[in-house]
Ligand binder design. Structure first.
Ligand code: GSH
Length: 215
């Protein structure tokens, strides 16, 4: 399997986590999303990463890619019970909304915009916190695809929490505990490029955002 990636993309990270967790041999091809190659534009229906090239097909959308990886390798990470599986799918979509809300905080150029974006993200975290039960994973004792979908949010939050008190998960203790569990897994910690913190910070410093450029 070949995963087409942009090195800071949280959606690609979901698939890397799934591939690593299931010990699936794979290759990652990085592209520059600001200067995408022609072959990428010709094969990616929405012009987005991740893509998964497999058996002569090109799959897109991280949720679909992850389900394919899960169904064709090892024992399933998605719940077997249809009701629970549908429930998890819905929360995977929720995770995408949370990642977009997080990106809004990271892109905000001034304090007012940042606080508005942080309010939107925290409103989602409040809903998520109320949903979580005993842990340590979303469904209980076993890591699932839904955990892979949220882990990239926590990887980035662990970097931004040093920048502003509002970035800390202190008001969301169950999310914090879940984050600690996920980030301690080797298939999560190794799912980003080696110099991820440096590349991540450099990208947002250069964007002129509020969080990385507070004076
Ligand atoms: N819903 C998609 C979102 C993927 C996505 O937004 N990828 C970003 C990079 S993190 C992208 O490729 N953006 C390029 C663009 O929008 O032009 C998924 O889950 O795979």
């Amino acid at each position: 399997m070949e995963l087409v990636s942009f090195d800071l993309c949280p959606f690609v990270q979901r698939s890397v986590i799934t591939l690593k967790c299931k010990d699936v041999a794979h290759k990652v091809t990085y592209i520059d999303l600001e200067n995408p190659p022609e072959w990428f534009l010709a094969t990616s229906p929405l012009g987005k990463v991740p893509l998964l090239k497999v058996e002569g097909e090109v799959l897109f959308e991280s949720a679909a890619i992850n389900e394919f990886i899960d169904e064709t390798t090892g024992s399933p990470l998605h719940p077997v019970d249809p009701l629970r599986r549908a429930h998890n799918r819905a929360w995977i979509e929720f995770a995408s909304n949370l990642i977009v809300a997080q990106y809004g905080c990271m892109l905000a150029k001034d304090k007012t915009t940042y606080f508005e974006a942080a309010d939107k993200r925290d409103a989602l975290l409040t809903i998520l916190e109320a949903q979580l039960r005993g842990g340590p994973y979303f469904n209980g004792s076993v890591f699932a695809l839904v955990d892979a979908a949220f882990a990239p949010f926590y990887s980035r939050q662990a970097l931004t929490e040093e920048l502003h008190p509002r970035e800390k998960l202190d008001s969301f203790p169950k999310c914090k505990q879940w984050s600690d569990t996920l980030l301690a897994q080797s298939y999560v910690s190794s799912s980003v490029i080696e110099d991820f913190p440096e590349r991540f910070n450099a990208y947002f410093v250069a964007s002129g955002n509020f969080l990385h450029n507070q004076t």
